[in-house]
Design a protein around this ligand. Structure first.
Ligand SMILES: Nc1ncnc2c1ncn2[C@@H]1O[C@H](COP(=O)(O)OP(=O)(O)OP(=O)(O)O)[C@@H](O)[C@H]1O
Length: 608
């Protein structure tokens, strides 16, 4: 159906005037490392015109990614000078976000979605709200056919368990995600890395055709491309130690180096040869000296060439007028589209679903064996407290750890989508929070319902539902804490180190392992934010406040439930007070998490 809908690509782009030339002149970038200035780029100049595809090439550490990121505006701190201009004008950040696309080296994709679904979500999130869903799907179909993905349109991206699309197709999907909005300028970081020669050629050829057909400006870093790939580039920019060795066509480069005494040997791939002669040879000191001299010669020769053929472009005065563009979708639409994507991806991930449900069943089995039918004596009191502590710990670690592990990867994906101006941070974060609720709810029901009756907790329906509520809030608060930590840490590895420390402190202050009155005064406040404490208090009060009389065959004697609550110091706040404080802590983690996430997923944007 959607195949019949025609979309004019000019209507898609929020910046209607396609640029004709993107240029950079005398770009210098330095950073300070250990109080020493490190020059990463030196006087780098070049340009790409509409319809052209340009390769930035050089040995490892030559500065290719640094240059690409600098030109795309994706750099962190550092001293940057020079002019980076679009049609001779300085760029406006908002326009730039909407005009250019950046395809990262790593393909971070939702593994359970099909190719079509992946691009469809991108279209739903990024295309203007004035377009209908049918028009957005038509755009997706057109990108799919442009990139030669029709054959795998309904194949899942795939993961370690489910075989999905090939590496080349993954790369094209990553490109397609960016192409749906019809960006005028395309940056690609090593789009052929990890691909075999055939896939590498097909990928670059698709991009080349697109650049030509739609007058796009394409700039990419690439590692020693095969001859047939090299021929697809209109120009190459050869870099060594952050300096330009050559900028122009490959044929002219061969003649240029030949003139300097470095003739391309017969039957040699020019890109291999270029890299060989412009890379610092680290094998020994003598070879290093020789290569440095050679690189200095190339730099000097290229500078002379530039001086003798000055670029007539005039220095910039104007700044591109910033176009006021609304977010592509309403907040609420963003929220539901992102939520839908999470839920679909999660429910199809059978391994995760089964592992989570399986874990709940195993926990139920352990508790059933150890705590079956508790008695109304001192042993029964101890066992009840044991069950509550087990559940509290289980819901905490079982929710926080997996979330902290998985979220930094999701954050990378969100950062990429935010860099393209797709949606707001708040909708992305709240959708992530909401997406965790169904599975948490199911686990609580599966574990909590039979457990309550098997253990033989207080036989009253109201107490049973209160028990489930306490368990659910504990699991949700733990999830919110996990998302907050996941938002703050730069990687899953850091998260794995930090999280147990945070949780252990909370556990210590949960009221069972430490007499809070003897804890150092300056640390006692931790008990007020240890949500585990309130869960324990709520569980214990729900069970014991109205509980039956206990037999007093052992000392200490607890004649009734309330005396148990009192002796453990779990009486204040009262049951509903404890539940309310826990819910309040959840809200606090949610607000803090949203703030932290907004900052940590903020894309870099530094335009000269
Ligand atoms: N922020 C930074 N601080 C310090 N050094 C940096 C920084 N960014 C890049 N570098 C250094 O600049 C040099 C160029 O790095 P870059 O990643 O651009 O190289 P590359 O040509 O893309 O290499 P590769 O092909 O191996 O990815 C490297 O020596 C790198 O360590």
């Amino acid at each position: 159906m959607t195949e019949d809908v025609k979309v004019d690509i000019q209507d898609i782009s929020p910046i209607p005037n396609a640029p004709k030339c993107f240029s950079w002149k005398n770009v210098n970038l330095s950073v300070t490392v250990n109080k020493t200035k490190k020059q990463l780029l030196t006087n780098v100049s070049g340009e790409v015109r509409a319809g052209e595809m340009i390769a930035i090439m050089g040995g490892s550490g030559a500065g290719k990614s640094t240059l690409l990121n600098t030109l795309a505006g994706r750099i962190g701190p550092g001293e940057l000078s020079g002019d980076i201009l679009l049609d001779g004008k300085k760029r406006s950040p908002r326009n730039w976000t909407l005009q250019c696309a950046y395809v990262e080296q790593d393909d971070i994709l939702f593994k359970q979605l099909t190719v079509f679904e992946t691009l469809r979500y991108s279209a739903l999130l990024r295309l203007p709200r004035t377009m209908t869903i049918a028009e957005k799907e038509a755009r997706v179909n057109s990108v799919i056919s442009q990139l030669g993905l029709t054959g795998c349109k309904n194949t899942p991206i795939g993961d370690e368990l489910v075989r999905g699309i090939s590496g080349g197709e993954r790369k094209r999907v990553s490109i397609g995600i960016e192409l749906v909005t019809n960006p005028h300028i395309l940056f690609l970081d090593e789009p052929t890395s990890g691909l075999d020669a055939f896939n590498a050629f097909n990928t670059i050829q698709s991009i080349k055709e697109l650049a030509k057909k739609e007058n796009k400006l394409v700039l990419m870093t690439i590692h020693q491309p095969r001859t047939d790939i090299l021929e697809l580039f209109d120009k190459v920019l050869l870099l060594s130690v952050g300096k330009v060795m050559w900028f122009g066509s490959t044929t002219d480069a061969i003649t240029h180096f030949d003139g300097l005494g470095y003739k391309l040997p017969p039957k040699t791939n020019p890109s291999d040869y270029f890299i060989d002669i412009i890379t610092i040879d680290q094998r020994d000191e003598k070879l290093r000296e020789e290569s440095l001299k050679r690189i200095a010669l190339f730099q000097e020769a290229y500078e002379k060439l530039v001086v003798s053929n000055p670029n007539p472009s005039t220095p910039p005065e104007a700044v591109e007028t910033s176009t006021k563009v609304a977010w592509p979708s309403l907040w609420i639409n963003e929220f539901f589209i992102i939520l839908h994507r999470y839920i679909i991806n999660m429910t199809r991930d059978k391994a995760v679903v089964f592992a989570t449900l399986g874990q709940a069943c195993v926990n139920l089995l352990i508790v059933s064996i150890l705590y079956y039918n508790v008695t109304n004596d001192i042993a029964g009191i101890q066992n009840r407290i044991g069950v509550f502590f087990f559940l509290t710990l289980n819901m905490t670690f079982g929710n926080v750890m997996p979330t902290v592990n998985a979220f930094p990867e999701t954050k990378k994906l969100i950062k990429r989508e935010r860099a393209a101006g797709s949606y707001r941070a708040t909708s992305a974060y709240l959708a992530k929070v909401a997406s965790t609720v169904p599975l948490v709810f199911i686990v609580v029901i599966i574990l909590g319902t039979p457990l309550y009756w098997i253990v033989g907790l207080y036989n009253n329906v109201a107490n049973f539902f209160t028990f489930l509520l306490i368990l659910l809030i504990q699991a949700l608060v733990a999830n919110l804490l996990g998302l907050m930590i996941g938002s703050a840490v730069p990687s899953a590895t850091v998260g794995q180190i930090v999280t147990p420390l945070v949780l252990i402190v909370f556990v210590l202050f949960s009221g069972l392992l430490l007499n809070l009155d003897t804890a150092p005064v300056f640390l006692r406040w931790i008990q007020w934010i240890s949500f585990l404490t309130y869960t324990m208090k709520a569980f214990v009060q729900n069970e014991f406040n109205a509980n039956a009389v206990f037999s007093c065959t052992h000392q200490p004697c607890f004649p009734d439930g309330p005396s148990v609550v009192k002796s453990y110091g779990f009486g204040t706040p009262d049951l509903w007070g404890s539940i309310a404080v826990n819910a309040g802590l959840g809200v606090a983690f949610l607000i803090l998490g949203t703030i932290v996430f907004s900052y940590s997923s903020k894309p870099l944007m530094r335009l000269k």
